[in-house]
Ligand binder design. Structure first.
Ligand SMILES: CCCCCCCCCCCCCC(=O)SCCNC(=O)CCNC(=O)[C@H](O)C(C)(C)COP(=O)(O)OP(=O)(O)OC[C@H]1O[C@@H](n2cnc3c(N)ncnc32)[C@H](O)[C@@H]1OP(=O)(O)O
Length: 218
């Protein structure tokens, strides 16, 4: 444990890395890598749903292994972390929900309206299944946590999830989903956020959470 007033651990603090990369270069790299993540996401879906012959499965595996080896020829020592430049541009390419290079993350664009509503639309396919044909409850929580965190941070402060409560009103079918979140109220360093996850027929999960501005971030 770290002393009060400090980041929880050197490891945590170390993921916020200042990097002297101009915004145009960050944008160029994102444009280069995003289609690769899209293709890998497609590969994940195809891996789940393929019905090809055994030999074809073995052959594809060999090709995928070769591709992995090519990408690993030069790579970071650990996770991608959160990076920022002098222009205030931040990027977190490995983020589990919005990482531009993360094929595990559903493609999600989080939008903040002028009135404070934060929302995101995406389509969840076979990789996000829990009950048959339905979104895994943990995936719903993942999306809600992130969008609620964005609402709490208001793009100007660090907040961490303190407590997250969810009520699964009905199952969420795989397919198009929408997350909405807004700040309900604030008390000192505690930010209370309410949110919903829904399908085209309406709300499927209701959530409320307490997001904390950690003492080390004040
Ligand atoms: C500029 C940057 C913008 C970036 C935008 C990007 C958006 C990204 C969005 C990503 C989204 C993804 C997000 C993620 O995935 S965040 C990852 C998941 N969350 C965590 O890992 C958090 C782990 N916990 C901690 O680090 C600490 O325990 C925290 C920071 C939470 C509090 O430690 P701290 O030492 O700071 O707190 P304190 O003891 O001084 O207490 C202060 C007040 O808070 C109250 N309290 C304490 N704990 C809890 C609790 N668990 N629930 C409810 N309330 C709690 C406490 O009673 C007190 O209230 P009061 O007595 O004053 O009334």
């Amino acid at each position: 444990m770290s002393a009060p007033g400090q980041a929880p651990s050197a490891g945590y603090a170390a993921v916020f890395v200042h990097e002297d990369v101009p915004t145009a270069e960050v944008d160029r790299l994102e444009a280069l890598h995003r289609p690769l993540a899209d293709s890998v996401r497609d590969l994940v879906d195809a891996t789940i749903r393929t019905t090809v012959e055994d030999e074809e499965v073995r052959a594809v595996r060999a090709e995928v292994d070769a591709l992995v080896a090519r990408l690993r020829a030069r790579q970071l020592d650990g996770p991608a972390g959160v990076r920022y430049n002098a222009e205030g541009r931040t990027w977190s390419w490995g983020n589990a929900v919005v990482g531009e290079r993360n094929a595990v993350a559903p493609p999600l664009e989080v939008v903040r309206d002028p009135d404070g509503l934060v929302h995101a639309d995406t389509v969840l396919g076979a990789a996000y299944e829990g009950p048959p044909g339905m979104v895994h409850g943990g995936v719903g929580a993942l999306l809600l946590d992130h969008v609620m965190g964005v609402a709490a941070s208001a793009h100007q402060r660090v907040t961490l999830t303190g407590t997250l409560t969810m009520r699964y009103v009905r199952s969420t079918p795989l397919g198009p989903v929408r997350v909405e979140a807004r700040i309900e109220r604030e008390e000192g360093r505690k930010v209370f956020v309410v949110a919903t996850l829904g399908d085209p027929d309406g709300v499927t999960v209701e959530a409320d959470g307490v997001f904390i501005v950690p003492r080390w971030a004040v």
